[in-house]
Design a protein around this ligand. Structure first.
Ligand code: CU
Length: 162
């Protein structure tokens, strides 16, 4: 009898494990289960309500609001600023093109930033206040594990509240 119960348990578990990838595949194929190859032209750029106007975002892997690995790109125009803010998870930034000037602190101060050009990377711990600005058009790639979010040090800087 115990043996039979174990078999039943194994079958149940097995069915669960096997059904998971298909559920994921149906949710848009953005999760780790499927092999994807992506060209820059495949990216779908959208506006970003949580950033000052002018930035564009393309989600590669996600969704960003769930506890799953995420990868996305941000396109910043020239002369762009993101005021001091923090994130709930580790932020890994890789510069694809242009230059991002990044600094740590409670208030954006251009002289406290370091210029990061193509191929550079920054790793920011959760809840660390930081800021960025650009002189030229810049594309960065962010990756980590969600849920992702942004909180501005000064709530008046939050474009979602304007
Ligand atoms: Cu940030």
């Amino acid at each position: 009898m115990r043996y039979l119960k174990q078999i039943a348990w194994c079958i149940t578990l097995g069915a669960m494990c096997m059904s998971t990838p298909s559920i994921r595949a149906q949710s848009g194929g953005h999760t780790a289960g499927s092999h994807r190859m992506l060209l820059p032209g495949d990216l779908k750029w959208v506006d970003v309500p949580s950033l000052p106007p002018g930035a564009k975002l393309a989600v590669i892997e996600g969704p960003l609001n769930e506890a799953v690995p995420f990868t996305f790109r941000l396109h910043f125009p020239a002369n762009y600023e993101v005021p001091a803010h923090w994130h709930p998870a580790v932020e890994r930034v890789t510069v694809i093109s242009g230059t991002i000037n990044m600094g740590v602190g409670d208030k954006l101060e251009r002289q406290k930033t370091k210029p990061l050009g193509p191929g550079s990377m920054a790793i920011m711990q959760p809840k660390t206040n930081h800021f960025v600005w650009t002189k030229e058009e810049t594309v960065v790639q962010l990756n980590g594990v969600g849920p992702w979010g942004i909180t501005y040090v000064n709530p008046a800087d939050d474009p979602r509240k304007k």
